[in-house]
Design a protein around this ligand. Sequence first.
Ligand SMILES: Nc1ncnc2c1ncn2[C@@H]1O[C@H](COP(=O)(O)OP(=O)(O)OP(=O)(O)O)[C@@H](O)[C@H]1O
Ligand SMILES: [Mg+2]
Length: 338
Amino acid sequence: MSAPLLEVRGLSKHFSVRRRAGWTRKVHPLRAVDDVSFTLDAGETLGLVGESGCGKSTLGRTVLGLLAPTAGEVLFEGEHLTEGDPRLRRTAQIVFQDPYTSLPPKMRVGRIIAEPLLIHDLVPRADVTERVASLLRDVGLKREHASALPHQLSGGQRQRVGIARALAVEPKLIVADEAVSALDVSVQAQILNLLKDLQEQRGIALLFISHDLGVVRYMSHRIAVMYLGRIVELGPAVDLVEQPLHPYTRGLLAAVPRIDARRSAVRIESEPPNPVDPPEGCRFHPRCPIAQSRCSHDPPQLLDWLPGREAACHFALDGPDAPAPVAGDRLHPPGAAS
Ligand SMILES: Nc1ncnc2c1ncn2[C@@H]1O[C@H](COP(=O)(O)OP(=O)(O)OP(=O)(O)O)[C@@H](O)[C@H]1O
Ligand SMILES: [Mg+2]
């Protein structure tokens, strides 16, 4: 079996934050990403979903080498790529949330898209204009847009420019971080379809980050659900949405009315705890509708409960929508029959 395009092993990214303690201020670690592992195959879309502050952007940036990891490793085609590795820029690109601030305001669109071509010497200078025109066409814009300044374009058009810029280096991996969150709903669908078509036509692997599980389901082959710096569930998109294993996933689903019309899932109230001092045991237990005493002291590991389906919950197969394991299908606990 060939190595996955991207392999993330035990990745952590901690920040230091100062907090008041009596008269003094103490430095505390904030575990924005804490021991995260997953793989991504060439041409696959992995959705990354979770509430604000759970660590999605930090994970995306650490994977791309834009932030140095505190621990763990990122392998690209089986090799370590360290911060600043020039291969990383060619192989992995990021499309940001905010098309208003992520494009240089005084640079014309043609120049914005041409720059990566020139920096990496990807096409002869004489061919740059034509290449830019063809990239503009690929993202549904016109050749004439090359002479526009970002502020002369709509939000959707700007995000198309951001995508064309990412495509210019012919990346194998794109990280799209809330790529449509700042756009109107009608424009969101167009940009999602553009990203999906490009991903399929070019076999690009996509790490698609969003807090919206409905959007993530539409885009992804597999979904990873994050909670307070950790992946709590990972599995094929359809299975994860139809038969979630983790109570937090069920809670996220309950917040998506268009998915959840037929389900009587429990809504998860309140805000997530501060990641500076996460709860003992299972980090989700104070908000969990099915928590038991074990959950307050025994942190669940992310385990394969069924083929291809991982969850970090002691009671992953006990939920109301959980799949009934076929004999021999249940992988965890080893040999357990239900
Ligand atoms: N540079 C930083 N210094 C200190 N703390 C940070 C830094 N960047 C992020 N954090 C903290 O790390 C945690 C994860 O942040 P991150 O931006 O990765 O979350 P997110 O899931 O992308 O959220 P959102 O959905 O709002 O974009 C948060 O508690 C955030 O406050
Ligand atoms: Mg973010």
